[in-house]
Design a protein around this ligand. Structure first.
Ligand SMILES: [Zn+2]
Length: 237
C-alpha cells in the first residue's frame, strides 16, 4: 500500500472524528435545553409581572391598614375625652360624639376596602403560585436533560478517545511531510484532504478531469503526490 492509499484510511478515520466532534458541539439535547431555557425565561417574566402586581396590592393593603389604625387611635382619644370629664359643655360633648361617629364610619369604610384588597391579594397569590409552578416545571425538565446530556457527551468523548488512538495508528506509517500537506488541504477544504481518482473523476469534488490530465497523472512516478486541478485535493490513482 502506498502512502497515499494509506492516507485514504486516515481520511476515513478523520471523517469519523469530525462527525463525533460535530455531535459533541451540536448535541440535540443541548438544543432542547436551550429551547426550554428560553421558555423558562418567558415564564419567569410572567412571574415577575404577577409578583409586581401582588407587591402593589400588599402596599395598598398596608396603607389602608395604617389609616385604619390612625382612625382607631383618634377615635379612642375622643372616647377617652368623653369619659375623663375634661369636656363639660353640652355643645362640646355633642361635637366630640359627632367626631367619634364620623371616625367610626370612616374606619368601617376603610375596613371594607381592606377586605376587598385582601381578596385581590388572594386571587393574585393563586396566579403567582401557578406561574411559579410553570417555571419550576421547566427547571425540572432542564435538570433531567442536563443529566442526560452529560451521559451522552461522556459516551461521545469515550468514542473520540478511541478513534483518536485508531487515527494515530493508521497515520503512523505515512510520511510526515505528506501528512502535513494532507492536514493543510483538509482543514482548508471542509474536512476532505485526499480523494480517489475513479474513472477520471475526482471523488473529492466530483469533477471529471480531462483525459490528457488523467493520462499525465497515471504516468507520474509511484512516489508522486498529484492533486486535483479542480479542487486541489491529493489524488489516489
Ligand atoms: Zn477534485
Amino acid at each position: 500500500m502506498t502512502d497515499l492509499e494509506q492516507l485514504l484510511d486516515v481520511q476515513a478515520v478523520d471523517t469519523r472524528l469530525d462527525v463525533l466532534r460535530q455531535q459533541r458541539a451540536k448535541h440535540p439535547i443541548a438544543a432542547e435545553i436551550a429551547a426550554i431555557g428560553a421558555e423558562r425565561d418567558t415564564a419567569q417574566g410572567a412571574v415577575d409581572v404577577v409578583e409586581a402586581e401582588r407587591a402593589e396590592l400588599l402596599r395598598a393593603q398596608q396603607r389602608i391598614d395604617d389609616e385604619v389604625s390612625s382612625f382607631r387611635s383618634k377615635k379612642e382619644a375622643a372616647e377617652a375625652k368623653l369619659y375623663d370629664g375634661s369636656v363639660e359643655a353640652h355643645k362640646e360633648l355633642l361635637a366630640v360624639q359627632e367626631e367619634i361617629r364620623s371616625l367610626g364610619e370612616r374606619q368601617t369604610a376603610l375596613e371594607d376596602d381592606e377586605l376587598e384588597v385582601m381578596e385581590q391579594v388572594e386571587e393574585v397569590t393563586g396566579r403567582l403560585d401557578a406561574a411559579r409552578s410553570v417555571v419550576q416545571g421547566h427547571e425540572d425538565r432542564i435538570t433531567v436533560l442536563e443529566a442526560e446530556l452529560a451521559v451522552a457527551l461522556e459516551a461521545v468523548d469515550a468514542e473520540i478517545v478511541e478513534v483518536t488512538t485508531e487515527r494515530d495508528a493508521v497515520a503512523e506509517p505515512v510520511d510526515d511531510g505528506l501528512l502535513g500537506r494532507y492536514d493543510t488541504i483538509r482543514s482548508a477544504l471542509g474536512g476532505v484532504g485526499v480523494a480517489r481518482l475513479s474513472g477520471g473523476t475526482c471523488l473529492g469534488c466530483g469533477m471529471t478531469l480531462s483525459a490528457v490530465t488523467v493520462d499525465q497523472i497515471k504516468k507520474l512516478p509511484d512516489d508522486a503526490e498529484p492533486t486535483c486541478e479542480e479542487c486541489g485535493r491529493l489524488l489516489v490513482r
